[in-house]
Design a protein around this ligand. Structure first.
Ligand code: COI
Length: 355
C-alpha cells in the first residue's frame, strides 16, 4: 500500500490492481467494482477528513440506523473515455447539488462541495484504466450516504458515512424495454420523497416490478398516486413520449426525480428545434395517440439507462406495440448526448468536465 495526503485527503492505494481479473466484454451492470473507494465520516457535528482507500467491506454496528429506517440517499454518475484517452464527467455539479437536496429531505447533513469534487476527481484519476473506450463503455459512479450511528430510536442519526464507489459498465438495458402503466401500486405521493434519490424509493418498487416481470415486462411507468391518470416516471428513468413530432414529458415535482439526463434531453431538443412540452401527460391521451397512430415513440432517460427505447406498453388488459421509427428521436437524442459525453462534439453548455 502507498500512502499520501493530497488536498487534505488521506489516500491509500493498492499495491496491485485486480483489473486483470475482470472480463470487460461480458460485464454485468454494477457487479464489478474498481480498486479504490472514497469515504468520509460525519461525527461530532462535522464531516471529518475524507479518505481514499482500497475497496473493501464496511464494518457497521447492527443497530446502525440505515438498517432500520433506511436513512440513505445516493447518486448515479458516469465517466467516459474519449479516443485520446482523456476522461470526462458529465454535469458532476448537478449530481453534487442533487445529493444534497436528497440528503436534506432525509435529514442528512449537507456534504461540502470541495470534498465531493476533489474526492471524485482523485478517485476517478486513480481508476482511469477501468474506463474503456468505445460507445456504451463507461465507469458508473455511485456516491451515497448512510446513517451509521448505532441507535435504534426512530430519529435522525448523528453519524453518517459518505462514500463513492465505481463500477465499469456497459448498457443497463439490453435491447428494448416493455413497460406497464401503474394502476394499483404507487411510487410516490405529494409531500413525500419521490424527488429524492432515497434508497427506499427503489426498494418500494421491487415487489410491484417483480409482479410485472413475471408477465415479461421490465419496468413500471408510475402514475400519480391520487388518480393513476398521469404518467410520471419509470423509477430507473424519466420518460419521454413522442406524439407526432412533439416530445412530451412530465414536469418535475415533489414526486418525480429531477433527472440530469432528462433535463439534458429537454435542452438538446430546444437546441435542435424539436418541439418539447413539459406538462402533465395523461394515460388517456397516450392510449388515444397509440390507437390513432400519432404516438411514435416512448423512451426513458437516465444515467444508467442513458436513452432507452420502449417497445410496448400495457395498461389494464390493453397492450400496445410501438413501431420502429426511421427517424427515431431516441436514437437522435442518444447520439447527441453521447457525442457530448465522449467528447466527439462541441459542448456548448459546458456539461463536460475533464478529470
Ligand atoms: C441511475 O440512473 O444512475 C440510477 O440511479 C438508476 C438506478 C436504478 C441504476
Amino acid at each position: 500500500m502507498n500512502n499520501a495526503i493530497i488536498n487534505n485527503m488521506e489516500i491509500t492505494t493498492v499495491n496491485e490492481s485486480k483489473i486483470n481479473s475482470v472480463d470487460f466484454e461480458s460485464i454485468a451492470f454494477g457487479r464489478e467494482f474498481t480498486d479504490h473507494m472514497f469515504s468520509c465520516d460525519f461525527k461530532d457535528g462535522k464531516w471529518q477528513t475524507p479518505k481514499i482507500t482500497p475497496y473493501q467491506p464496511l464494518t457497521l454496528d447492527p443497530s446502525a440506523r440505515v438498517f432500520h429506517y433506511g436513512q440513505a440517499v445516493f447518486e448515479g454518475m458516469k465517466a467516459f473515455k474519449d479516443d485520446m484517452d482523456d476522461v470526462w464527467l458529465f454535469r458532476p455539479e448537478d449530481n453534487f447539488n442533487r445529493i444534497n437536496i436528497s440528503a436534506k429531505r432525509l435529514a442528512i447533513p449537507e456534504f461540502p462541495k470541495e470534498y465531493f469534487l476533489n474526492g471524485l476527481s482523485a478517485l476517478i484519476d486513480l481508476e482511469r484504466d477501468w474506463i474503456k473506450k468505445g460507445e456504451g463503455n463507461a465507469l458508473y459512479i455511485r456516491p451515497f450516504v448512510i446513517a451509521t450511528e448505532p441507535a435504534i430510536s426512530a430519529s435522525p442519526a448523528n453519524e453518517f458515512k459518505f462514500m463513492i464507489i465505481c463500477s465499469p459498465v456497459k448498457s443497463y438495458y439490453k435491447g428494448k424495454v416493455s413497460v406497464v402503466f401503474a394502476q394499483d401500486y404507487s411510487r410516490s405521493a405529494n409531500g413525500g420523497v419521490g424527488f429524492a434519490k432515497a434508497a427506499g424509493n427503489y426498494a418500494a418498487q421491487f415487489y410491484p416490478t417483480s409482479l410485472v416481470q413475471k408477465e415479461g415486462y421490465q419496468q413500471i411507468i408510475w402514475t400519480d398516486a391520487n388518480t393513476h391518470e398521469y404518467l410520471e416516471e419509470a423509477g430507473t428513468m424519466n420518460i419521454f413520449f413522442r406524439v407526432n413530432d412533439t416530445l412530451l414529458t412530465a414536469p418535475t415535482s415533489d414526486r418525480i426525480l429531477d433527472g440530469i439526463t432528462r433535463k439534458s434531453i429537454i435542452q438538446l431538443a430546444k437546441d435542435n428545434n424539436v418541439a418539447v412540452e413539459v406538462r402533465p401527460v395523461s394515460v388517456k391521451e397516450i392510449k388515444e395517440a397509440a390507437k390513432n397512430g400519432s404516438l411514435k415513440e416512448i423512451f426513458g432517460s437516465g444515467t444508467a439507462a442513458a436513452v432507452s427505447p420502449i417497445s410496448d406498453f400495457k395498461h389494464g388488459e390493453e397492450t400496445f406495440k410501438l413501431e420502429e421509427q426511421e427517424d427515431s428521436y431516441a436514437t437522435f437524442f442518444k447520439k447527441k448526448l453521447t457525442d457530448i459525453q465522449y467528447n466527439r462534439t462541441e459542448d456548448k453548455h459546458a456539461w463536460r468536465v475533464k478529470v
